[in-house]
Write a protein that binds this ligand. Structure first.
Ligand SMILES: *Cc1c(COP(=O)(O)O)cnc(C)c1O
Length: 428
């Protein structure tokens, strides 16, 4: 008998964020189409979380596939120091004008975490180049900016970082803004401002921190205050970019312009790994000098890979078509409708939506073990239903590709109501 993909995997693969001793065998996926992924037996799985928040136009989109093949016949890779190529230039030309806050330059890397590393280096070296000593970084409590050491440092200390906490650099963390704490936050910023280089934040929603949403006007107030104190603003739009929160970028919902933006995930429509860090002319020109020491010494082997640039361009084209906006608005409206129904259910709290994201928490006992049991239950439940949902602790969220159909959305919503019934019977 031929071994299944899942069996062969277990012999040779170490999966991310996975306790390999206890995790169930992974499902082998062979093909994708729209919001569906198919396993070896041809069974469809409905992708309700956009394959780790990256997919926006659906799996194996024919237009993206075509553009990838076209580029593959032309040029696969080219060193990006001293050389350049059409897809990299064209992507930058098309992307910069649609970004918030007068972004003037694109710096390519190859995933979200590296885009964050580049952003932090730009901000820190900006002050260094200007001869001003500003060594402090500011971030939100409960933030997530990636898994490399710099990105971990500006993220919440958590079970993810525990083994490394001694090796992470010091960062000042502040609370998310609320009506109650905003004045106090502004005071905290005043105290920290003199040696703060930059403030890095996930605009409007903290993703990995549990899809925690907060108000645009309050964020705006905080950001404007930081700007007045010369703190650079790094908007981490890795999860929120490309339409996820209702507008093209989350920063379109505030007036404060970011100095630096990080992008990844939806950037290539969820097809290939790419990170982008953009900045204003003000940042860029601080690195221009006859003094070599003012150079941004950073790069990756696959910087601006032509194939990746080509799919990012294709994805951007699709993103700018009216059909994409219509789909996003349709999904957002359906979410808002379902949120009303969901709020009436037992064991459900904090139902919230933002653009194409819907999230809520399941009431649990206080103990961690309770939450662990719940997590196992949820994973098993949705896997059996062939719906790809991946809870964050007791937070359940839907974050689908924009092309998900109404029927498919109905299926996801119904499975959540079924889950709540099963949960009620099991625990109450
Ligand atoms: C996913 C994510 C990152 C890290 O991106 P990777 O490509 O996984 O390294 C950084 N910031 C935010 C807001 C994210 O959601």
């Amino acid at each position: 008998m031929q071994k299944s993909l899942s069996e062969r995997d277990q012999a040779v693969i170490w999966h991310p964020y996975t306790q390999m001793q206890t995790a169930p065998a992974p499902v082998g996926i062979v093909r994708g189409e729209g919001a569906l992924l198919f396993d070896e037996a041809g069974t469809p799985y409905l992708d309700a979380t956009s394959s780790w928040w990256v997919n926006i136009h659906g799996h194996s989109h024919p237009y993206i596939t075509e553009k990838l093949a076209e580029q593959a016949r032309q040029l696969h890779h080219c060193i990006f120091a001293g050389y350049t190529h059409e897809p990299a230039v064209q992507l930058a030309e098309r992307l910069l004008p649609v970004l918030p806050g007068r972004q003037q330059k694109v710096f390519y890397s190859d995933n979200g975490s590296t885009a964050v590393e580049v952003a932090m280096k730009m901000a820190i070296q900006y002050w260094h180049n200007k001869g001003e000593k500003r060594n402090r970084l500011l971030a939100f409590r409960n933030a997530y900016h990636g898994d490399t050491f710099g990105a971990m440092s500006v993220s919440a200390r958590s079970v993810f970082t525990r083994a490394f906490d001694d090796y992470l650099f010091k960062v000042s963390f502040i609370d998310l803004p609320t009506e109650e704490n905003i004045d106090q936050l502004l005071q905290e910023v005043d105290t920290l401002a003199p040696d703060t280089a930059a403030f890095i934040f996930e605009p409007l929603v903290q993703g990995a921190g549990g899809m925690v949403m907060y108000e645009a006007p309050l964020l705006d107030k905080l950001l404007q205050h930081c700007r007045q104190r010369n703190i650079l603003l790094i908007a981490d739009e890795i999860m929120t970019g490309f339409g996820r929160t209702g507008t093209s970028f989350a920063m379109d919902q505030v007036t404060a312009p970011p100095d630096i933006i990080t992008l990844s995930k939806g950037l290539t429509g969820g097809t290939m790994a790419m990170g982008i860090t953009t900045c204003t002319d003000e940042i860029y020109t601080a690195f221009l000098s006859s003094d070599k020491l003012k150079t941004l010494f950073h790069g990756h082997s696959f910087t601006a890979n032509p194939l990746t640039c080509a799919v990012a361009l294709a994805s951007l084209e699709l993103f700018q078509q009216p059909a994409c906006r219509q789909n996003r608005e349709r999904v957002a409206a359906r979410h808002r409708q379902f949120a009303v129904e969901l709020a009436y259910q037992e064991d459900v709290k904090n139902v919230r939506t933002l653009g194409t994201i819907l999230a809520f928490e399941i009431e649990t006992g206080e103990a961690d073990s309770y939450i662990n049991d719940l997590s196992g239950f949820l994973h098993a439940f949705f896997r059996e239903k062939r719906i790809m949902l991946r809870p964050l602790g007791n937070t359940l969220y839907i974050l689908p590709p924009y092309c998900i159909t109404d029927t498919q959305l109905d299926e996801v919503y119904a499975s959540i109501l079924d889950m709540l019934r099963a949960y009620g019977e099991k625990w109450n």
